[in-house]
Design a protein around this ligand. Structure first.
Ligand SMILES: C[S@@+](CC[C@H](N)C(=O)[O-])C[C@H]1O[C@@H](n2cnc3c(N)ncnc32)[C@H](O)[C@@H]1O
Length: 231
């Protein structure tokens, strides 16, 4: 799949009529702090080429930065929020490389993500800082999507804070968890073991684990070349 396809962001409207200008770009400060370490982990773990779907792309700053460092990967950002899709598209139009596609409108809890046939099966999926800032159903939907769309030999990359053995790994993560639950009781820092169990049931291997700055983890859940059904 080619990044400069005429696909419209979110599949709505004509691109010429709705192309966002630079003022649509949003900024999430954390992306500048974590992107270099995330790029290193991806460079170590991703297959050398193929199509990659990023879920919950947010502002699009990760998509812009990471796709530039992985030029042989066709990077498809996605985001359910239309304003954020405009931000992603604005970054892509101003600075994106040939391997960065227009954003798709994917809600991971949907039964059908309506992905372009040209991108399937996916070589990889990437999801950064989402499953703790969404109900548990989003984690379930993410892994259900991995089971549906990932190619054998591919994998799912997850980044964020996690509990291990039922305990927080740092006081700052415990405080963050409390603040998340105060905003929405359905949110919260997830247990690595519970997430790994979802992965197992989706036919993915136990994760490779890398400790990251600020008490976060990067996880790589590989889909074996000869996948088992995981049940
Ligand atoms: C904290 S932001 C992280 C954005 C970006 N990945 C980053 O690290 O800057 C959480 C994102 O999850 C997205 N999100 C929440 N629920 C979702 C769902 N069900 N499916 C897909 N994305 C979702 C939100 O729209 C938001 O962009």
């Amino acid at each position: 799949m080619t990044g400069r396809s005429p696909a419209t962001p979110g599949g709505t409207g004509s691109r010429a009529a709705s192309a966002p200008g630079p003022e649509a770009r949003r900024h999430a400060p954390a992306t500048a702090r974590n992107r270099a370490a995330i790029a290193e982990a991806l460079q170590d773990w991703l297959p050398g080429k193929g199509s990659l779907l990023e879920l919950a792309s947010g502002t699009g700053e990760h998509a812009l930065y990471l796709s530039a460092r992985l030029p042989n990967i066709d990077w498809l950002p996605s985001e359910p929020d239309p304003d954020l899709r405009r931000s992603i598209e604005a970054y892509r139009l101003s600075d994106g490389g040939a391997n960065l596609s227009a954003p798709l409108a994917v809600d991971v809890t949907a039964a059908d993500w309506r992905l372009p046939e040209t991108a399937l099966p996916l070589t990889a999926m990437v999801c950064i800082n989402m499953i703790h800032i969404a109900p548990w159903a989003a984690a379930e939907g993410l892994f259900a999507g991995a089971a549906r769309y990932l190619a054998p030999g591919g994998g799912l990359f997850l980044y964020g804070p996690f509990k291990r053995g039922g305990a927080h790994t740092a006081p700052s993560n415990a405080a963050f968890d409390e603040s998340l639950r105060a905003r929405d009781p359905a949110w919260g820092v997830r247990d690595l073991e519970a997430v790994s169990d979802l992965a197992r049931r989706a036919g993915l291997a136990p994760p490779l684990i890398r400790e990251m700055p600020a008490n976060n983890l990067s996880l790589w859940f590989a889909r074996d070349a000869d996948p088992k059904d995981g049940q």
